[in-house]
Design a protein around this ligand. Structure first.
Ligand code: NAD
Ligand code: WQD
Length: 338
């Protein structure tokens, strides 16, 4: 297939482009490089032995998108492009709604004009909000707790309405849990700008000496070790989930929702210990106050993805840490060292 990947130079996008190229698909990436480097795509090309096309463009720019559809004739879209920092979304909500929601509308209008009606969308476990019991199941009522999460919820609503309006659409809403890790080559990985918001890149930057110690946000939760539990998923498992969803959409029209997670909770301290094992030395940390908005624990019920897509995670927490560490050790400053 010919596949348009928006946000394909980013963390999850770059790993997915590699999986797609390896599966024999042709790929064109659209990214404005707001949070990524084109170097990621060059390395993906080296690993795959063939390249994805790249167009630097913003998804809010319908004319630029039309030109991509005219030139590359993609048959399906995987839509990663978006802003994703929860805290920042509270500060600049308009930027988040415009970029994520208006950007998606522009993309869908351009797709429709070009008779391309298959899309896999990056949603998030964050849409389950604070009132659902875990493990989360796709049929639960959703209700995000912050502007970032609400952009995901709104886009899910838009895509659901679109699918209901016209039976020619094939739509997958993939709710990712906590993506971590890197390609085992150590050539591509997560490269956050500034201070990492998320646990794993923060631990990795402490381990490589870029930061002094990990602040563990809260040690007094009602969980086995007092720290929060999350469902971490290896980014290559996640990439493979996208390929499986695309295959499913080839012969299924409609709107489908799948959790992409392992179904297992791992605590912050367990993750720290697993990372220490990968590094082979202790990682300094301090338990500090809780972070506003954090839920004590949640994980996926991933059984729908297994039943429908034949997909489940295969990589362990140890592999997540080993692969993330290989990437960080070989690229201490991320792609900037290239
Ligand atoms: P990322 O920031 O590494 O990748 C997103 C990419 O989109 C970046 O390359 C960025 O430059 C690009 N982009 C942003 N706005 C754009 C625009 N208007 N036009 C063109 N390109 C644009 O993030 P990621 O972790 O790879 O996440 C990919 C998607 O998955 C996002 O939609 C994110 O919300 C979603 N998601 C991520 C996580 C996570 O924890 N990483 C969890 C759940 C969902
Ligand atoms: C995990 C745990 C923190 C950093 C976020 C988004 C969610 C989704 C995935 C996009 C929590 C603790 C973290 C640190 C810490 N993204 N922590 N010290 O909050 O589960 O989910 O990313 O859709 O929408 O909210 O992930 O990695 O930020 O935190 O102790 O320096 O690690 O308190 O318990 P989270 P996270």
């Amino acid at each position: 297939m010919r596949i348009l990947v928006t946000g394909g130079t980013g963390y999850i996008g770059s790993h997915t482009v590699l999986t797609l190229l390896e599966a024999g698909h042709d790929v064109v990436v659209v990214d404005n490089l707001a949070n990524s480097s084109q170097e990621a795509l060059l390395r993906v090309g080296e690993l795959a032995g063939r390249e994805a096309a790249f167009v630097k463009a913003d998804i809010t720019d319908e004319q630029a998108l039309d030109a991509v559809f005219d030139e590359h004739s993609p048959e399906a879209v995987i839509h990663f492009a978006g802003l994703k920092a929860v805290g920042e979304s509270v500060t600049i909500p308009l930027d988040y709604y415009y970029n994520n929601v208006a950007g998606t509308i522009a993309l869908l209008r351009s797709m429709d004009r070009h008779d391309v009606r298959s899309i896999v969308f990056s949603s998030s476990a964050t849409v389950y909000g604070e009132h659902n019991p875990y493990p989360y199941v796709e049929k639960m009522e959703i209700g995000a707790m912050n502007p970032y999460g609400r952009t995901k919820e709104q886009i899910e609503d838009i895509l659901s309405d679109l699918g209901a309006s016209d039976s020619r659409w094939h739509i997958a809403l993939l709710r990712y849990f906590n993506p971590v890790g890197a390609h085992p080559s150590g050539r591509i990985g997560e490269d956050p700008q500034g201070i990492p918001n998320n646990l794993m890149p923060f631990i990795a930057q402490v381990a490589v000496g870029r930061r002094e110690k990990l602040m563990v946000f809260g040690g007094d939760y009602e969980t086995p070790d007092g720290t929060c539990q999350r469902d971490f998923i290896h980014v290559v498992d996640l990439a493979e989930g996208h390929a499986a969803a695309l295959r499913y959409l080839e012969d299924h029209a409609g709107v489908f929702r799948w959790n992409l997670g392992s179904g297992q909770g791992t605590s912050v301290l367990e993750m720290l210990r697993a990372f220490e094992a990968a590094v082979g030395s202790p990682i300094p940390f301090e338990i500090v106050a809780r972070r506003a908005g954090d839920l004590p624990a949640f994980w996926a019920d991933p059984s729908s993805a297994l039943a429908d897509l034949g997909w489940s995670t295969t990589r362990t927490v140890a592999q997540m840490c080993e692969d993330h560490w290989r990437w960080q050790k070989n690229n201490p400053m991320g792609y900037a060292t290239a």
